[in-house]
Design a protein around this ligand. Structure first.
Ligand code: GAR
Length: 204
């Protein structure tokens, strides 16, 4: 069984959706460990409730390389195959990315490369886009920039607020992230330039 290591900083709804899909047999994997740089993250509490290994590792005051190498060694101790960022609000060091090259995935609430960074749904809403969405992608050393695995579009409605739009995007995040993880774990994909190419690419 392939092992996932989840990194999160907050609510953890994407992590919870993945855990639920595993429990329902929709994703064949196991969550080996959940690590949060914020000890108070609600997602960590959810992990404990689900009986998973939950590790609080405060990042405050530690140099990035030092902190990341502590995270990497916990992930290695648990023989993690894939590092799953689920609302992990930290940039990863080059050394960490190299260590887990093409074995780190992220979910981002915009159609990248539009609106990288924080509060992407609000950025998109304020910009006035008519189609918003979310992106599951591999992680490289730059912010929200690695090869795209899957995307889903969400139409912006007349009556939307940034909050109602965010909620619809989040629902799609929960769907495509599991699909993207399943695809990556299958190993049936290759990289051509920046393109993730697979005959198993789910249609959406
Ligand atoms: C999600 O919307 C995720 O896409 C976003 O943070 C939220 C975390 O929610 N991530 C980023 O913006 C990364 N650049 P969650 O903790 O409920 O999964």
């Amino acid at each position: 069984m392939k092992k996932l290591g989840v990194l999160l900083s907050g609510r953890g709804s994407n992590f919870e959706a993945i855990a639920r899909n595993i429990a329902d047999g929709k994703l064949k994997a196991e969550i080996a460990v959940v690590i949060s740089n914020r000890p108070e993250a609600p997602g960590l509490e959810t992990a404990r409730r689900l009986g998973l290994h939950a590790v609080a590792l405060p990042s405050k005051g530690l140099p990035r390389e030092e902190f990341d190498s502590q995270v990497a060694s916990i992930l290695d101790q648990h023989n993690v195959d894939l590092v799953v960022l689920a609302g992990y609000m930290r940039l990863l060091s080059g050394a960490f990315v190299k260590h887990f090259a093409m074995r780190i995935v992220n979910i981002h609430p915009s159609l990248l490369p539009a609106f990288p960074g924080l509060d992407a749904q609000h950025q998109a809403f304020e910009y006035g886009v008519k189609i918003a969405g979310c992106t599951a992608h591999f992680v490289d050393e730059h912010l929200d920039s690695g090869p795209i695995i899957l995307q889903a579009a969400v139409a912006v409605e007349e009556a939307d607020t940034a909050e109602t739009l965010s909620a619809r995007i989040l629902k799609k995040e929960h769907r495509i992230y599991t699909d993207a993880i399943r695809l990556v774990l299958s190993g049936e994909w290759r990289i051509e330039g920046r393109r993730v190419v697979s005959s198993r690419m789910p249609l959406r």
